[in-house]
Design a protein around this ligand. Structure first.
Ligand code: DX5
Ligand code: ZN
Length: 214
């Protein structure tokens, strides 16, 4: 299992310290949530902050773009050091073109899905997707309650991936904790994002270790 702590829940006044904690932990990636106040009702961080994180990060940066018209910014996020970039299917009327752009930049190409978006919308594009970021909360905020219907969506996505024989990773984003992590992996998840469960604990590094040992 790939574990990606979400920096959205970290102490922004001590980002370097938080990144070093992740560097020294068993975490695999760093998940970075970019919000524009348009696609989602919140604003988080932009290219300069991702670039600053990248100067300290020793783990790959997994950048989740909750923004409209992501094609205007993916080049800048790639230059800032992003390894994986996910764009929202609901924000991309020309998703095939968005994925080609990500690949031409040398990024792993991710597609994020809101909780209401059916897996069927991926049927004609899954072969071009390296990672599906399946939202298990409504995007925009950390610390929300996990949506239980996510399990059946994971199973449907896994069936689609298997039937098309692609290597697409399934990432679950929102409300992940020690209670649901194992069931998510058993359902077919490859990557777990965890924000508040990690950073609001007394010992985030230890919590990362516990999640990894599931
Ligand atoms: C929500 C973000 C998530 C969030 C997860 O819009 O995409 O990555 O940081 O945070 P938790 O784990 O607290 O739900
Ligand atoms: Zn996210």
């Amino acid at each position: 299992m790939i574990l990606a702590p979400s920096i959205l829940a970290a102490d922004f006044a001590n980002l370097q310290r938080e990144i070093e904690m992740i560097n020294n932990s068993e975490a695999d990636w760093i998940h970075i949530d970019v919000m524009d106040g348009v696609f989602v009702p919140n604003i988080s961080m932009g290219v300069p902050v991702v670039e600053a994180i990248g100067r300290h990060a020793k783990k790959p940066m997994d950048v989740h773009l909750m923004i409209v018209q992501p094609e205007r910014y993916v080049d800048a996020f790639k230059k800032a050091g992003a390894e994986t970039i996910s764009v929202h299917i609901e924000a991309c009327p020309h998703l095939h073109r968005n994925l080609q752009q990500l690949k031409s930049l040398g990024c792993k190409a991710g597609v994020a899905l809101n909780p209401h978006t059916p897996i069927a919308q991926l049927e004609d594009i899954i072969q071009d997707v390296d990672l599906v970021c399946m939202m298990s909360v409504n995007p925009g905020f950390g610390g929300q309650k996990f949506i239980e219907r996510t399990y059946s969506k994971i199973k449907a996505l896994k069936e689609l991936i298997n039937s098309r024989k692609t290597n697409t990773l399934i990432e679950i984003d929102g409300g992940v904790n020690q209670q649901n992590a194992k069931a998510l992996i058993d359902a077919g998840a490859d990557v777990l994002v965890a924000g508040n469960f990690v950073f609001s604990s007394a010992n985030p590094k230890e919590v990362i270790g516990h999640l990894k040992s599931i």
